[in-house]
Every structure is written in structure tokens, then in C-alpha cells.
Design a protein around this ligand. Structure first.
Ligand SMILES: Nc1ncnc2c1ncn2[C@@H]1O[C@H](COP(=O)(O)OP(=O)(O)OP(=O)(O)O)[C@@H](O)[C@H]1O
Length: 339
């Protein structure tokens, strides 16, 4: 089931939350809506779901106008950040719920419901928890059950709003990989809201980067990272150093800078201020002559080699060689304000 959004607009008072959005999600794709808080991701997701009505524009499901059809008619499944499982029902009944409340003529038999629920619980690898109650599960397990429950009614489209937002970093990471694998097995067209660029990069086929109600760029994780369409995208997808050229802004990511022994064409000079070891990576903070700072990230082995050969220590002058520079002609006054 493909999804198409055409010329979509939505305002809350004076605030344009969806500003003429156009987007196509292909059948079977997993797409992330990525952007800072307030950029309109959830509103767009809710409009796709049929939970919110746009001021103008259309939502098409499989080429057919669905703008005025209800969430139920659209057959979408949801998973939210704080998905409330029914506390008084055990896990089996939570997953079975959507099937049990179907009208009589389309409701499966008890045996069919049992088979379907157990199949889904196996799919999310939690069939051994069928008799437990939600409060007896960890947060990560609850989100997996929430997903099984959403899938029970065989949705044509799966919509996930920060589904792992409330979980700790390690569990989030595990669930991301797990969601990717699950999607590869199921191929349900899925749209996934996140403000976490690593999550979007790791899970999705394509990323839609949003900012202030507009779509800044749509592309594969590699495309948006390697060929950002705007300074906003570049800065939102990771740390970056900004240098001002004559008529352009030059951006270099910390890991795209190296330290070299001699000044040369295209090198910059700065003073080493701090050295921080972050596992396999060493992060250097340097002071520029214009009072700004530059961050450099080196593999730890490279740092140790440089430190020993160049006798590097805080206070020392060093030469920086960028491996890659991204240029935008628009000068940006305050890049921090964009994030
Ligand atoms: N029902 C509403 N009434 C008024 N304003 C709203 C309503 N829903 C959302 N907004 C505003 O619209 C803007 C976009 O909200 P939305 O939830 O879509 O953003 P988001 O990108 O999902 O942000 P977050 O990551 O914080 O959830 C915000 O400024 C929000 O305050």
C-alpha cells in the first residue's frame, strides 16, 4: 500500500505546522520522519492516519483519495511512545483485542484468533509471555507487544510515533535492529516518527527531514548524510564545524578533519585545548584565532601516533587538514539557532 501526500497544509492559529507538504511512500517502504521538536512530524503522521484533518491537500492510499475516510477505513496500525496496553488484560488478550471487537460477520473464530495471536507473539519473540500482564513486562517488551497488537488487525499501513522514545539507550538500540528485521519479514508500508538521527539512519529505507513544517530533504540515509540539501540537514544529522568563507559557509564534520605536521594549501591552524577519550575515538577541542572552537575526532590509534610523533599537548599549535568540505553559498548567521 503506497501513501501519497499532496500539497498538504495545516495551521494551528498562526502557526503553519504543515507547509505545503508533498511526499510519496512506496509500498513496503519504511520511512522515517526526522526533525526537531515542533517541526510537524506528529501532525503529518496523524493526518496520514486519519486522526487529524488537513486544512487543504490530499492523502492518497494506493492512488485513491483517502482524505475524508476515517482511521478505521484506512486500516492503519499505530504504535505510540507511551502505548497503553490494557492493564487488566493479559498479553494474549491485549493482542487479540482488535480481532475480538470486529463486527460478527468479519470476526475470526476463537481458534483462528488463538492461532493468529500466537503467531504474532512468536514473531515479536515473546510467545512465552502470553499469560502475563502488562505491569509484569519491561518497557521494551511492552513496546514489542504494542507492535504485535497493531499488526493483529493486518493493517495496510503501520504508523509509529517515537515508539522507543521512553526507553533507555541500550534497549532502544536493540529494538531498532529488531524493528528493521521485522519490517524486512513483513513488508508493511511503515512511517516512523523520530527526532533521533541515529535511529532514522539505522532503521529506515528513506528519511524525510522536517523543519518548521516543511520538508527539507527526502533521501536514503546515505544521500541525506553525504549530500545534505541545506545547512539545516547537515547540522541536524551530526556535529559539524562551521568556517566562514568570503561568500560561503564551509562545513566540516569533526571526523573529516586530520592533524598534519606542516601547514599547507587548505590547512587551518588552531590551538589544542582539550583531549577527551571516548572509547575508540579521541575527541579534540581546539581554539581558533577568531575565538571560535573546532572539534576534531580521530581514531584513538591515530591520536596516539600523532601525540607521540608531534609531541602534542594542550596549548600547542596544530595544523588541520579537512578531508571533505561541504559548502553552502548562503551565509548562515547563527547555525546553532537552526537546531
Ligand atoms: N492540537 C494542537 N493545537 C495547537 N497547536 C498544536 C496542536 N498540535 C500540535 N500543535 C503545534 O504544532 C507544532 C508541531 O507539532 P508536532 O507535534 O506535529 O511536532 P513534532 O515535530 O512531532 O514535535 P515533537 O517531536 O515534539 O513531538 C508544535 O508547535 C505544536 O505545539
Amino acid at each position: 500500500m503506497s501513501i501519497e501526500v499532496r500539497d498538504l497544509n495545516k495551521r494551528y492559529g498562526h502557526l503553519k505546522v504543515c507547509d505545503n507538504l508533498n511526499l510519496t511512500v512506496e509500498s513496503g517502504e519504511l520511512v522515517a520522519l526526522l526533525g526537531p521538536s515542533g517541526s510537524g512530524k506528529t501532525t503529518l503522521l496523524r493526518i496520514i492516519a486519519g486522526l487529524d484533518v488537513p486544512d487543504s491537500g490530499q492523502v492518497l492510499f494506493h492512488g485513491e483519495d483517502a482524505t475524508s475516510s476515517s482511521a478505521r477505513e484506512r486500516r492503519v496500525g499505530f504504535v505510540f511512545q507511551h502505548y497503553a496496553l490494557f492493564p487488566q488484560m493479559n498479553i494474549f488478550e491485549n493482542v487479540a483485542f482488535g480481532l475480538r471487537v470486529r463486527p460478527k460477520d468479519t470476526r475470526p473464530s476463537d481458534a483462528q484468533i488463538k492461532a493468529k495471536v500466537m503467531e504474532l507473539l512468536k514473531l515479536v519473540q515473546l510467545d512465552w509471555l502470553a499469560d502475563r500482564y502488562p505491569h509484569q513486562l519491561s518497557g521494551g517488551q511492552r513496546q514489542r507487544i504494542a507492535l504485535a497488537r497493531a499488526l493483529a488487525v493486518e493493517p495496510k499501513v503501520l504508523l509509529l510515533d517515537e515508539p522507543f522514545g521512553a526507553l533507555d539507550a541500550k534497549v532502544r538500540k536493540e529494538l531498532r535492529r529488531w524493528l528493521r528485521r521485522l519490517h524486512d519479514e513483513m513488508h508493511v508500508t511503515s512511517v516512523f516518527v523520530t527526532h533521533d538521527q541515529d535511529e532514522a539512519m539505522e532503521v529506515s529505507d528513506r528519511i524525510v527531514v522536517m523543519n518548521e513544517g516543511r520538508i527539507e530533504q527526502v533521501g536514503s540515509p546515505d544521500e541525506v548524510y553525504d549530500k545534505p540539501a541545506s545547512p539545516f540537514v547537515l547540522q541536524f544529522l551530526g556535529d559539524v564545524n562551521l568556517f566562514h568563507g568570503r561568500s560561503e559557509a564551509l562545513y566540516v564534520r569533526p571526523h573529516e578533519l586530520d592533524i598534519v605536521e606542516h601547514a599547507g594549501d587548505g590547512t587551518w591552524s588552531a590551538t589544542l585545548a582539550q583531549v577527551l577519550t571516548l572509547g575508540p575515538v579521541t575527541r579534540l577541542e581546539l581554539k581558533r584565532d577568531d575565538e571560535g572552537t573546532v572539534d576534531v575526532e580521530l581514531p584513538r590509534a591515530r591520536w596516539l601516533q600523532l601525540r607521540d610523533t608531534l609531541q602534542l599537548a594542550p596549548g600547542q599549535r596544530v595544523h588541520l587538514q579537512p578531508r571533505r568540505v561541504t559548502r553552502f553559498s548562503e551565509p548562515v548567521d547563527d547555525p546553532a539557532a537552526l537546531i
